[in-house]
Design a protein around this ligand. Structure first.
Ligand code: ADP
Length: 401
């Protein structure tokens, strides 16, 4: 019987997953799916590796939680993917704190340590851990591995990890960690396959999705990144504010009487593209809107990305290439062009038709730097780390998409 490994990426009401076959060589994707509406109206969609729809199922009972839905998913895997035995599950875990900077096999002690990091990533960490616990409940003997979004940034120069605060706070873990590490690691590995010369150079990777950040890489390693202590820092995002004068937070609490909880809620859920536009957190909806505030929100998104990118180019001492990834990065020619137009001073010139087609390389013939679009694949990175951690040699190679 062939073996398979499951990658899980759990959010507040959704669960993305991918299943990989281990047929001796590198893992190959069997299917990819998304379970949405957990807690309200669960809806499962699964596509096979060719993009053909395999499942489109809705549950009538909206109260079903993670556990029951995971159980249904495992049953589906067992009955519909006959011939595959699930041998491991890997999870995306947003925050590994200072202690966890490589993938780790999950046990109760690890879960308790990761619980303590929930306040550092309230939008993600509790949901990541809930999915792990649900999986442990329905499949107690299945080996599980936690893969951290912070891990790729471990090993940056110490100066990039510090905040300008009393040093005792740094020693207590109040430092810049950085996130989206699984995405950056995948892009770094993929770049080495498709453009090894660029992978060995100075590259800015722009992960622009609902969550958005930048990573400055030199020879495939993270040198610095726009997110810091939490995933609020850096770029403006779908609903998150990005870098903000800390005086604003003091003012809101001390002069305007907002509670810390209210400020937290506002910074994570009601700011960013949504807060500025008053229309939507979704870039597609903003492009379609005639509301001038929607255009203002897009302008600010671009402005902040340009500022952060300029800072990271300075950190790298120049730049050889720019890579766009994630929902906006992979699909939005307008935002890509607006950002690149500001980098003529380092030689960036976009080829308009390649950009409009979301081509892999969108640099014009005369561009002095590479500009690429690469689809990220965090689930694949999770599968590879899971196999490596559990000692399966087939996890050593990076499979092509
Ligand atoms: P998440 O951080 O939730 O994984 P994604 O990487 O899926 O987010 O990115 C979601 C963002 O990508 C949304 O703002 C969405 O509007 C945007 N997006 C997706 N497709 C397009 C498109 N064709 N044009 C512009 N924006 C897009």
């Amino acid at each position: 019987m062939s073996q398979a490994v499951l990658s899980l990426n759990a959010g507040s009401s959704s669960l993305k997953f991918a299943l990989y076959a281990l047929d001796g060589g590198a893992p190959s994707r069997i299917c990819v799916g998304k379970l949405e509406g957990i807690g309200t109206a669960p809806h499962l969609i699964v596509h096979d590796s060719q993009g053909v729809l395999m499942v489109d199922r809705r549950w009538t009972d909206g109260s079903l939680g993670h556990e029951q839905l995971l159980l249904d998913l495992l049953l589906w895997i067992e009955t519909h993917l006959g011939g595959y035995e699930l041998v491991a599950a890997g999870h995306r875990v947003v925050h590994g704190g200072a202690a966890f900077y490589r993938p780790v096999r999950i046990d109760e002690a690890l879960l308790q340590a990761l619980d303590k990091l929930c306040p550092l990533a309230p939008l993600h960490q509790p949901h990541n851990l809930a999915a792990i616990r649900a999986m442990r409940a329905v499949a107690p003997d299945l080996p599980q591995v936690a893969c951290f979004d912070t891990a790729f940034h471990h090993g940056r120069p110490d100066v990039a990890t510090r905040l300008g605060l009393p040093r005792a706070l740094h020693d207590r873990g109040i430092r810049r960690y950085g996130f989206h590490g699984l995405s950056y690691e995948y892009i770094g590995r993929r770049l080495r396959e498709i453009d090894p010369a660029l992978a060995g150079g100075r590259v800015i990777v722009a992960h622009l999705g609902n969550g958005a950040s930048l990573c400055a890489m030199a020879d495939g390693r993270s040198v610095d990144t726009s997110m810091g202590f939490t995933a609020l820092d850096g770029l403006m995002m779908g609903t998150r504010c990005g870098t903000i004068d800390p005086g604003v937070l003091l003012h809101l609490q001390m002069q305007e009487g907002m509670s810390a909880r209210e400020v937290e809620q506002m910074l994570y859920n009601r700011s960013g593209l949504l807060g500025v536009s008053g229309v939507s957190s979704d870039m597609r909806a903003l492009h379609l809107s005639n509301d001038p505030h929607a255009a203002e929100a897009i302008d600010l998104f671009v402005w902040r990305a340009v500022r952060e990118m300029g800072a990271l180019i300075a950190v790298l001492g120049g730049v050889d290439g720019l890579v766009f990834t994630a929902g906006i990065g992979e699909n939005d020619p307008l935002v890509r062009a607006a950002i690149c137009d500001r980098f003529g001073w380092v030689g960036a010139v976009v080829d308009a038709s390649a950009n409009a087609a979301n081509a892999g390389s969108i640099a014009a013939a005369g561009s002095r730097m590479a500009i690429r679009v690469i689809a990220t694949d965090e689930e694949r990175m999770i599968a590879l780390h899971t196999l490596e951690t559990l000692g399966d040699p087939s996890g050593a190679a990076l499979p092509s998409r």
